[in-house]
Design a protein around this ligand. Structure first.
Ligand code: ZN
Length: 184
């Protein structure tokens, strides 16, 4: 951040009095511009034991498969955000939903939350951000073509929990991925 969004003056990156970390503080109006983690809300839609996945039509990870998910908007609840994303990306409505997986990703300042729910009907279709939407049996899941780690972890948890017939809330902190050396 270079300029204050309230008055247009330059900002400085300093620790405000009484605070304990650097913030962007306006040199003109002294407003402190806090930056906090973003929340991604999504769903794990299930129908007859199969899981609904969307193939992404947009970057990042275009062409890869994902669960419906996206950034939460102001003025909505977490569950509303998950339902909205499911409707936008898969044209699908969810039945009653339970909060299921919750991932902290401190290295990218994000929190990802997925709700588990049966589809309310058999109707679904590719929304604008999806190339294709379909249901997958466990054996058909395209593990190597999943878009995001939190999607893969949610699916892993689901198939493991389904065997045990119980779905406890799963909260995991995901560290940065180790960078693998490329051998020439
Ligand atoms: Zn200002």
């Amino acid at each position: 951040m270079k300029f204050c969004s309230a008055c247009g003056h330059r900002v400085s990156h300093v620790i405000p009095a009484g605070d304990n970390r650097p913030r962007y503080v306006c040199d003109g109006c002294a407003q402190v511009h806090y930056q906090n983690p973003n929340i991604v809300a999504g769903s794990l839609p299930v129908l007859g034991g199969r899981v609904l996945l969307c193939r992404r039509a947009i970057e990042p990870r275009r062409g890869f498969w994902t669960l419906p998910a996206g950034f939460m908007e102001n003025g909505e609840s977490l569950e509303q955000a998950a339902r909205r994303e499911t409707l936008e990306e898969a044209c699908a409505n969810l039945g009653p939903a339970q909060i299921y997986t919750l991932f902290d990703l401190p290295h990218i300042n994000q929190v990802h939350v997925f709700f588990r729910a049966e589809l309310a009907s058999e109707h679904f279709a590719a929304g604008e951000e999806s190339l294709e939407v379909r249901l997958f049996e466990e054996a058909e899941i395209p593990w190597k073509e999943l878009a995001f780690r939190t999607v893969a972890r949610t699916l892993e948890c689901y198939f493991a929990d389904r065997l045990a017939a119980g779905y406890p809330v799963r909260n995991e902190v995901l560290p940065p991925l180790a960078v693998t050396a490329v051998t020439p």
